[in-house]
Design a protein. Structure first.
Length: 460
């Protein structure tokens, strides 16, 4: 008699890891919320987007004992519901919409919230980084300020267009019509002055263009419709500047209320000149140092403006990312390889966020500094991989430097970026320099000096 066959193995299923989970499909006018079917006979309900509807939605979740909620990052409509759920003691997970794509079929809001709940209850979703309220407030001011700077630039282009329509070449003979000379001349034109020589006398002493050149550039036609366009564009430009100044006042007030993490107020820091045109109305370098204890502005390529703007995106500490790799991955500066069948089929596209773009802009400003280790690293990589990949690699290195400074609390040391020279490389360099000196009739003499960046070099 043969042995009995073993019982069939049950099919593998995904185990549910969250028993009291919920999910919501966020919209501009309504929110659909799905809870665990074991909690109620009606697990899916629709709520409006008014404040009283949000209060009712949170109360319903609390009544059912919901402990966690997943929601898509849809525009700005998730913010209010997110805050109210957190205040109610519910763990909220903000999810990338690309991770919650519904399978094929008829797409409705009801099915979307049900699908998000399925993924969330079985632990298949990862939450996005949501900064604390004080960082969100700082981020709001900084993003608004950046938008106003962009609008001011657009208004200045309209001013240039109006001047060109009157055949005035002022923008071609001075560096910036938004400077002292340009603004004084435009204000005089709008005030009724038409004499080119009188307008040229408003030239600032720092202006490189001569007075005769300004007279030629200010000779044109004064048509009424063109003057109207100039007045409107200039008024728009001044309005944006006022908004930027008001935003700086709010930023200064907010930073003064934030807890100080440094042992001093940053008065002993080596000052670093801001590199942007629209600088903050306060000392951004000392402000960022007081709230973090780290002088980000001392890093090559990162100025005071970039340092404070970067903190508005990542926060005042990097505890949300356990390692530097996780931080760089969140920034979108790491390669995303596509492997299948044991082969590498290239890299999947990665989306860099605002903070990563700031680091890329900082890396772009380092390209001309030949004596900088990061600049030499960029030049070496750009030859083999191209400029775009080299900028991303330098931005990745800057991100790792920032993470190391936050974790260690130490100051930035450029000399640590200089790779050690091997004996073979040093020998080949000496041979090459000896040959070049011999061609010119010189000879090399060995001199003992200390490594690059250290004081008290000795020679013999």
């Amino acid at each position: 008699m043969g042995s009995k066959r073993p019982p069939p193995t049950p099919p593998l299923t995904i185990r549910k890891v969250r028993d009291r989970a919920a999910a919501t499909d966020v919209g501009a006018e309504e929110h659909w919320i799905c809870v665990d079917p074991a909690l109620t006979d009606q697990p899916i309900r629709r709520f409006g987007a008014f404040t009283e509807d949000l209060i009712a939605a949170v109360a319903w979740c609390v009544e059912l004992g919901v402990t966690s909620m997943a929601m898509e990052a849809t525009g700005i409509y998730w913010r209010e519901l997110f805050s109210r759920l957190e205040e109610a003691g519910i763990e909220v997970m903000l999810v990338d919409p690309r991770r919650t794509r519904n399978p094929r079929g008829r797409k409705t809001d009801m099915q979307d919230c049900r699908w998000i709940w399925e993924l969330h209850a079985h632990g298949l979703l990862d939450g996005a980084y949501v900064p604390p309220p004080e960082v969100q407030e700082l981020r709001t001011y900084l993003r608004f300020r950046k938008t106003r700077i962009e609008r001011a630039s657009m208004a200045l282009k309209e001013v240039q267009r109006a001047l060109s329509m009157m055949n005035l070449k002022l923008q071609h003979v001075i560096a910036d019509i938004g400077g002292a000379t340009g603004q004084a001349i435009i204000a005089a034109i709008l005030g009724g002055e038409r004499n080119p020589r009188t307008l040229a006398t408003l030239r600032n002493y720092r202006c490189t263009a001569s007075e005769e050149t300004l007279v030629k550039s200010l000779t044109g036609t004064w048509r009424t419709e063109h003057l109207f366009l100039l007045a409107q564009a200039h008024a728009d430009y001044l309005q944006q500047l006022q908004a930027i100044a008001a935003c700086d006042q709010e930023l200064d007030r907010l930073i003064a209320t934030l807890p100080q993490r440094s042992h001093d107020d940053g008065s002993d820091l080596p000052p670093k000149r801001p590199t942007g045109k629209h600088d903050f109305g306060f000392d951004a370098q000392r402000a960022s140092y007081r709230i973090t204890g780290v002088d980000l502005a001392s890093i090559d390529g990162i100025g005071p403006n970039t340092a404070l703007s970067f903190l508005g995106e990542v926060g005042f500490d990097l505890s949300a990312w356990p390692t530097a790799k996780a931080f760089c991955c969140w920034l979108g500066l790491c390669p995303n390889p596509k492997r299948s069948g044991g082969k590498n089929h290239g890299n999947l596209p990665t989306t860099a966020n605002r903070a990563a773009q700031m680091l890329k802009d900082a890396a772009m400003g380092l390209r001309g500094a030949k004596q900088n280790p990061l600049a030499r690293y960029y030049a070496k990589l750009a030859v083999r991989r191209g400029s775009a990949q080299a900028l991303k690699a330098v931005a990745h290195k800057l991100a790792r430097i920032i993470y190391a400074l936050f974790k260690s609390g130490s100051a930035y040391d450029r000399t640590k970026l200089v790779p050690p020279t091997s004996e073979r490389t040093a020998k080949r360099t000496i041979q090459r320099l000896t040959a070049e000196a011999g061609k010119l009739g010189y000879s090399l003499q060995k001199t003992l000096v200390q490594p690059f960046g250290q004081e008290g070099a000795a020679s013999c």
